[in-house]
Ligand binder design. Structure first.
Ligand code: E4P
Length: 221
């Protein structure tokens, strides 16, 4: 499973990129707003230089015509842009047009298998089921990821599933078990994925055992 970083924070993106962990980034208007009043285009262009893989950048219009115009403009900002379009009727119309033009669309705010079926039919390169937000209303968000992955595999459809609205490391685990192609994770969760108390105690024990016998000698001394 590939990992994308779900943020518009360039410091966090640079760090995750330095660690060699992320293959892409997803942003949305809420995440961009968290960074204060920014120049959206400049911010997205900067992110696109840091990360080689797709950088999902969302449209703001809610009608097909507006979405198409915005998406065409956004797609010129960098080679590795994917335009995020909401899973609405207008969004489907825009996605059908844009995907035929070779613009990669990430159909976002996906909350049902039916929405994913339509996103794939419209030619979306990515579909983003929102796991955490479904959990928030008492539904099983990860089951939707399972269902979409199974559907796309069964019919051999090339649309990639991005498990989104990831809130914790259990979500990452379940997304990888479900066969999601990608999980887009918040920075905090990405860093938590490496943590395990047995790794920490194991590292401490190895150092203690070595020091007991070798003192402060390093490997080469
Ligand atoms: C995905 O592309 C979205 O940006 C994101 O995962 C939404 O997550 P949230 O439900 O935590 O806001």
């Amino acid at each position: 499973m590939q990992l994308f970083l779900d943020t518009a924070n360039t410091e966090h993106i640079r760090h995750a990129s330095r660690l060699g962990l992320i293959s892409g980034v997803t942003t949305n208007p809420s995440l961009v707003s968290k960074e204060g009043k920014v120049d959206y285009k400049a911010l997205v262009k900067e992110i696109c230089t840091v990360v080689g893989g797709p950088v999902s950048t969302e449209v703001l219009s809610q009608d097909a015509e507006g979405m198409i115009a915005e998406a065409r403009e956004i797609a010129t900002w960098a080679e590795n842009i994917a335009v995020k379009i909401p899973s609405t009727l207008a969004g489907l119309e825009a996605t059908s047009v844009l995907s035929k033009e070779g613009i990669k669309v990430n159909m976002t705010l996906c909350f049902s298998l039916n929405q994913a079926v339509l996103a794939a039919a419209a030619g979306a390169a990515f579909v983003s089921p929102f796991v955490g937000r479904l959990d928030d209303i008492g539904e099983d968000g990860m089951q939707l990821v399972v269902d979409i992955v199974e559907y796309l595999r069964y019919y051999d459809i090339p649309t990639l599933v991005i498990a989104a609205s990831i809130r914790n490391t259990s979500h990452c685990l379940s997304a990888s078990r479900a066969g999601a192609h990608i999980a887009t994770v918040p920075y905090k969760v990405l860093l938590q994925m490496i943590e395990h108390p047995l790794t920490d105690s194991g590292v401490r024990r190895f150092a203690e055992d070595w020091n007991k016998v070798m003192g402060n000698a390093g490997i080469f001394s």
